[in-house]
Design a binder for this molecule. Sequence first.
Ligand SMILES: Nc1ncnc2c1ncn2[C@@H]1O[C@H](COP(=O)(O)OP(=O)(O)O)[C@@H](O)[C@H]1O
Ligand SMILES: [Mg+2]
Length: 268
Amino acid sequence: MRGRRGRAPDGNVGRVLSIVSQKGGVGKTTTAVNLAAAFARRGLKTLLIDTDPQGAVRYGVGLRRGHPTIGFDDYVRGDVPLREVILPTALPWLRVILAGSVSDLADHSAFQERVAHSEVLGELLATARERCHVVVVDTPPGLGAITRRVLAASQHVLVPLQCEPLALQTTPQILRAIQDIVHQNEELVLEGLLLTMYEAGSPATERVVHYVREHLPAHLVFPTRIPRTPATADAFAAGQPVVLRTPADPAAQAYVNLATQLAERLGG
Ligand SMILES: Nc1ncnc2c1ncn2[C@@H]1O[C@H](COP(=O)(O)OP(=O)(O)O)[C@@H](O)[C@H]1O
Ligand SMILES: [Mg+2]
């Protein structure tokens, strides 16, 4: 966000990539944080926005100063100006907007109402596009009002699919819903499904791979898969993206490869 206000970093408008899935616990936040870090490492000016009231991004993104609670919710409420919710990270090209005060509350319904009934999310993403190359948006599980608002203002969507049997029941649902939204937002491209927590040889992983091969067009599934590795979970627990903490780890390398493929599609 170093470009002049209202001016794209290099004369072009940036792209919004949202990470969406029906289920929780499938690797959305891990994917958002690691892709954002990998884009920033490539020299792309990147903003990561957490719209999930759980607010998990604050624990894993590698903030320079602890785990502040100020963020998106506080901006939506009109309590703070935009510049105050854009936080620096360990990477010069990566900034982050955390979920904010809502992540300290047990009840998220007022936040959902606020975001659903205001134009502020769409406006924020439009502003962010003017100042960054890539805006990565982490979303709450499911296709509720917040995620729909995010998708209405996105150009790209990626759907993590955890390699476990239950994933198969929810995948057709999310794909149908996203196809519906793609029809309403002609700018939006479903980039594909990303197999996460992949364990070669495990029966659960094999079932998911088989299902995906049988039921989905090949172009909708990324050839890059994210393996389940201890380093990925450890990095998150230590407050950092695995691509920064353990770059040689296979999951870190997979995220870097994915970022390279996506950067081409995003025009970076
Ligand atoms: N590739 C991976 N290897 C090992 N653990 C992972 C991997 N991806 C995610 N996890 C772990 O799985 C849990 C859920 O991931 P998370 O990204 O928070 O999912 P979501 O955002 O969809 O709820 C977290 O504890 C995370 O550390
Ligand atoms: Mg999450």
